[in-house]
Design a protein around this ligand. Structure first.
Ligand SMILES: Nc1ncnc2c1ncn2[C@@H]1O[C@H](COP(=O)(O)OP(=O)(O)OP(=O)(O)O)[C@@H](O)[C@H]1O
Ligand SMILES: Nc1nc2c(c(=O)[nH]1)N[C@H]1C(S)=C(S)[C@@H](COP(=O)(O)O)O[C@H]1N2
Length: 204
């Protein structure tokens, strides 16, 4: 009988935060956490431990949740929701309030990518920041925007036309001392400079 394949990549803990007044109060079923987890399971080869949270659009609650996930050792935290102009949308403010470094390129690139999908892409004020050794990235609340921004745009044959922002996440996590993230190229081709590329045993 064949030996079960051991995943050679380092484990990674990932915080998944769905920020939605309506989903967190039960008005509708949250689709943010499942959409994020499903996309990550398709894209990432490492063993992943998810830390899911479903919270309301309260700035103090969002900041406290992000800090708790940083303390818990998440190398990456993805939020969804609360990035727009509505009065209750405060995810970017809550994220910037706990930032040690701001990473403007992620938000800029996500708005560019999203313009290929919706003309209202510019309404998202999404940001990305680093706190300690954690990369935190805001995504819009529409569940479909998760794959759109992380994976980018494909043609009808599935060929990548515009890479999603996740292509830059593994190297960013390397640079802040996190685990080496390997991706499934068919979903997301991560980019690293040649000198940063490592190989791990037998790949699953
Ligand atoms: N967590 C979620 N689960 C399921 N659908 C969602 C979620 N967040 C947003 N949506 C959908 O996307 C649409 C646009 O999101 P909108 O910007 O109104 O929500 P939000 O401000 O992120 O969430 P909420 O209004 O609950 O605080 C919503 O009408 C809803 O259909
Ligand atoms: N890729 C993508 N980006 C998107 C959208 C989308 O459907 N797909 N929706 C836009 C809309 S309509 C809004 S109002 C803003 C903010 O959404 P949020 O408040 O739910 O975070 O994200 C924008 N960015």
């Amino acid at each position: 009988m064949a030996e079960p394949t051991v995943n050679p990549f380092p484990p990674i803990k990932i915080g998944i935060v769905s920020v939605s007044d309506r989903a967190s109060s039960g008005i509708y079923v949250d689709k943010g956490v499942p959409a994020l987890q499903n996309w990550l399971k398709r894209a990432v080869k490492n063993p992943m431990q998810f830390e899911p949270r479903l919270i309301s659009d309260e700035q103090a609650t969002i900041s406290a949740t992000l800090m708790e996930l940083v303390e818990a050792g998440c190398a990456l935290v993805l939020t969804t929701g609360g990035t727009g102009p509505a009065l209750r949308d405060v995810t970017p403010e809550a994220t910037l309030a706990i930032a040690h470094k701001v990473m403007p390129g992620f938000g800029e690139q996500m708005r560019q990518i999203s313009l290929n999908f919706v003309p209202t892409a510019i309404l998202s004020r999404q940001v990305a920041v680093i706190r300690d050794q954690t990369l935190i990235i805001n995504l819009p609340g529409q569940p479909k925007s998760i794959a759109e921004t992380l994976e980018g745009l494909r043609d009808t044959d599935g060929k990548s036309l515009v890479p999603g922002i996740f292509a830059a996440v593994p190297y960013c996590v390397d640079l802040i001392g996190g685990p080496y993230i390997e991706t499934h190229e068919a979903v997301c081709q991560a980019f690293r400079p040649k000198t940063a590329i490592r190989t791990f045993g037998q790949e699953p």
